[in-house]
Design a protein around this ligand. Sequence first.
Ligand code: NDP
Length: 290
Amino acid sequence: MILLDGKALSKQIKQEIKTEVDALRKSGGNIPHLAAVIVGDNPASESYVKNKVKSSDEVGFESTVIKKDANISEEELLEIVDSLNKNSDVDGFIVQLPLPRHIDPDKIVLAIDPQKDVDGFHPFNFGSMAQGLDAYLPATPYGILLMLERYNIETEGKEVVVLGRSNIVGSPISILLSRKGNPGNATVTITHSRTKDLDSVLKKADIIIAAIGRDRFVKSHQVKEGVVIIDVGINRISDPSRKKGSRLVGDCDFDDLQNTASHMTPVPGGVGPMTVTALLLNTLKAAKNK
Ligand code: NDP
C-alpha cells in the first residue's frame, strides 16, 4: 500500500509557494495577507486556526487573527466581515466554523466578499466551481485534487464513491471529480445517511472519498482489492495508552484496510495538511488577482 502522505506533500507545495512569495518580495509585489476570525474557545477550531497561521507564516505571508468571545452578536461579527471586505491590506480571510448557535453561518458566509473568500464557501464560488468557471475552490476538495494529481492517481473513467454530502466536502468533491478535466472525468456516486445498501455501492469503487465523521466506519470487507482511499474524517476516540487519553482516527479503518487498499491517506497527516495548503494557494491567488 502506498501511503498518501499529506504532510510531506504539503511541505513540498509550501516550499513552492514560499519561492513565489520570495520572488514577489524581491520584485516589490503584493505579499499575500491572510486573516482568520475565530469565535469562542472551541479547542479544535483554535488548533485549526493556529495551524493555518503557522503555515501562512512559514511561506512568508502576512497573517492576522481576530479572536472574539462566544457571546459576540451576529451583527458585530457581520461588521468584522464587512471591515475585512473593505480592508485593502487583506487579500483573503476565513471565518472559522463552527460558530456559536446564535449566529447563522450561512449569513456570515454570504457576507464575505467572494473575491476574498479563500475558504471557497461562498455560493458565488461554489456556483462558479460547478460551472467550471474560475473560482476559489473549497479548501478540502482542492487539497484532495492536489493530492490525486501529485500522486498521479488516474481518475478518468474511474468509479468514485463519495461518502457524505456536505457543502464543504462531499458535494463539491463530487462535482469536481465528475467535471471534464484532470483530475476529473470520473463516474461519481454520492452517498449519505439515507443511502440503501451502501456496501454494494462501496464494493464497485475504484476510489473512495470518506467525509462522514464516523470513526473507522469503512472496513476492508466492504471494498474491492486495490481501492484508493481518501479519508477526510477526523474523529477523536479514547486511548488510555496516550498521554492525552485520546487520539484521532479517520472514517476508514486504516489498520484493517492497509492490506486491501492500493493507496491510502493516514489520519492525521493526510487530507488535513492538504486543506491548509489549498487555503494558502487560494490566498496566493487572491493576492495575485488584486
Ligand atoms: P457533515 O458533518 O456536515 O456531514 C456528514 C455527512 O455524512 C452527511 O452528508 C451525512 O448524511 C453523511 N453520513 C453520516 N452518517 C453516514 C452513514 N452512516 N453513511 C453514509 N453517510 C453518512 O460533514 P463534513 O463534510 O463537515 O465533515 C465530515 C468529516 O470530515 C468530519 O469528521 C470532519 O471533522 C472532517 N473534516 C475534515 C477536514 C480536513 O481538513 N481533514 C475538513 C472538513 C471536515 P446526511 O446528509 O444524510 O445527514
